[in-house]
Design a protein around this ligand. Structure first.
Ligand SMILES: Nc1nc2c(ncn2[C@@H]2O[C@H](COP(=O)(O)OP(=O)(O)OP(=O)(O)O)[C@@H](O)[C@H]2O)c(=O)[nH]1
Ligand SMILES: O=C(O)[C@H](O)COP(=O)(O)O
Length: 212
């Protein structure tokens, strides 16, 4: 049985960050999406180096540009077929991980604003537990971290209100949902106010980065 797989799903950057359409032109939205994705991968790799329970990192994507970027960073690429959005992509990733013998999977979005090393390790550096699901809410009730045993006994419910939906799905499957308060995993960059917070509080973001 091999390590847990950490999956970062990623859209084609040219189609990403549409909710920022009123404030950023398409080329800048694509650039922002790629930069955030790269930063999330870098931070995961830093956490990977310090973790006592090893994990592997992959992205699931249909985008050749994202695949190339990930390969350049030494991150595995799970090719996304015609899946039907994020939930389909995550189902594919879970199937891929099972075939490779991974005992568990964690999903983190590629648009986290400033995940800290401490919070990433608190989420990921834990032994396998076949009966536990870890779920971290985003500030708007979405799911910014989901860690579950494989093969998956619950389905994925990304979309509005997904935190509550994932908690309910875990319980219905007889899994024990743990919902740790990991502050730096609450914030992703979806709307103009998320972007403004990141830009007007560079010091806060930097401090979060260096927090022990
Ligand atoms: N592989 C894959 N990743 C997706 C898909 N939809 C969303 N994602 C990724 O899932 C994460 C969270 O998605 P969202 O918060 O909706 O981000 P977004 O799609 O860039 O933003 P909006 O266009 O404003 O909804 C981001 O890393 C996205 O790139 C999909 O259909 N396939
Ligand atoms: O987290 C989720 O369930 C959705 O993918 C999107 O939620 P968000 O609005 O927090 O990005």
């Amino acid at each position: 049985m091999s390590a847990r797989l950490v999956v970062v799903p990623m859209k084609d950057p040219a189609r990403a960050k549409t909710r920022l359409g009123a404030v950023l032109p398409p080329a800048r939205r694509a650039r922002l999406a790629s930069l955030l994705f790269t930063r999330v991968l870098h931070r995961l790799q830093r956490a990977q180096a310090d973790a006592t329970h090893p994990f592997e990192i992959a992205t699931v994507t249909a985008s050749p540009a994202i695949a190339e970027l990930a390969h350049g960073l030494g991150v595995r690429v799970i090719p996304e077929g015609a899946t039907g959005g994020l939930n389909g992509a995550i189902r594919q990733a879970a199937g891929w991980a099972v075939l490779r013998g991974h005992h568990g999977m964690a999903v983190l979005p590629g648009d986290l604003a400033a995940p800290t090393q401490r919070d990433l390790l608190a989420l990921l550096d834990r032994p396998a537990d076949p009966d536990r699901v870890v779920i971290c809410a985003s500030a708007d009730g979405g799911t910014n971290a989901l860690l579950l045993p494989l093969p998956a006994r619950m389905d994925f419910h990304y979309g509005p209100g997904s935190f509550m939906a994932h908690c309910a799905a875990a319980r219905a499957a007889g899994l024990d949902p743990e919902t740790p308060a990991l502050a730096s995993l609450r914030h992703d960059i979806d709307r103009q106010e998320d972007l403004s917070a990141l830009l007007t509080h560079p010091l806060r973001a930097t401090l979060a980065e260096v927090r022990p």
